[in-house]
Design a protein around this ligand. Sequence first.
Ligand code: FDP
Length: 341
Amino acid sequence: MDHAAEAQRTDLMTITRHVLNEQSRHPESRGDFTILLSHIVLGCKFVASAVNKAGLAKLIGLAGETNLQGEEQKKLDVLSNEVFVKALVSSGRTCVLVSEENEEAIFVDASLRGKYCVCFDPLDGSSNIDCGVSIGTIFGIYMIKDKDNVTLDDVLQPGTNMLAAGYCMYGSSCTLVLSTGNGVNGFTLDPSLGEFILTHPNIKIPKKGKIYSVNEGNAKNWDAPTAKFVEKCKFPLDGLSPKSLRYIGSMVADVHRTLLYGGVFLYPADKKSPNGKLRVLYEVFPMSFLMEQAGGQAFTGKQRALELVPSKIHDRSPIFLGSSDDVEEIKSLYASQSSIA
Ligand code: FDP
């Protein structure tokens, strides 16, 4: 990158300008989505600032509660959740919210109701908070079916119905990656402007990658196709070089690297957790949507991930996502296992 030229750049594509441009291609649009997104962006900026200050402000530490997955809830999780819930409700564009931190879905008061449902994990990768490793917010957006008759079915939809998805990574820089169903774009927060600027236009994941990303500590409980795939990554039979292992243990960071560099991220089922660990509505679906939009694939071990239909808001699913050729290899390992069975 020519940094001198970058510093002189005067025509900045902010995320708002980008979304407004997209909106102008839909003459029927009344700007509701742009307003919703601006509230999500505000939440991301707030959390980015809180994450940066956490060590100083002594925000790090346990809030003394456990969330419904039995994990210890950190102060930053609680704060981020409050910020996002308030930002989304006050947008006046949401109807149902599903948050990783709330056991029940939140039905927005009728006076503030809009047409969108947002499923989100306000601060994913929370076990990394205390050591300053990258963490992130993940979100997926749906449209409700009937504004006057809102039910849980409005969020228990297959991922193929999602309108938009994204994540914001709080790392060495703060990066928001978004897809509204027309490719994937990445925006980096310029702290001096307080604006997300388009830095990664039209992200395409490499067709095949050199990295696999998985918690190998669970290997003794994996099923045969997962074990076989990881074995092939380490000891390829075709004379190719082995793949490198990279695992941060923070989904946003691991998926972000996978999107940019290629390869595959997997959180498979195992004997202890037959549905894997990651949550369908606010982890698996948004990341699968982004992967597909970037030219990659997302597979559960049984089907295309976006075709799942969750039956409960905190359902989990195994997930394999990333470069198309790598996921294809996993799909064929599962297919040959089921043809033997
Ligand atoms: P965390 O438990 O730290 O909140 O689902 C949450 C998640 O992190 C993901 O971000 C991450 O990919 C995964 O769990 C890590 O799980 P393991 O520690 O079991 O590898």
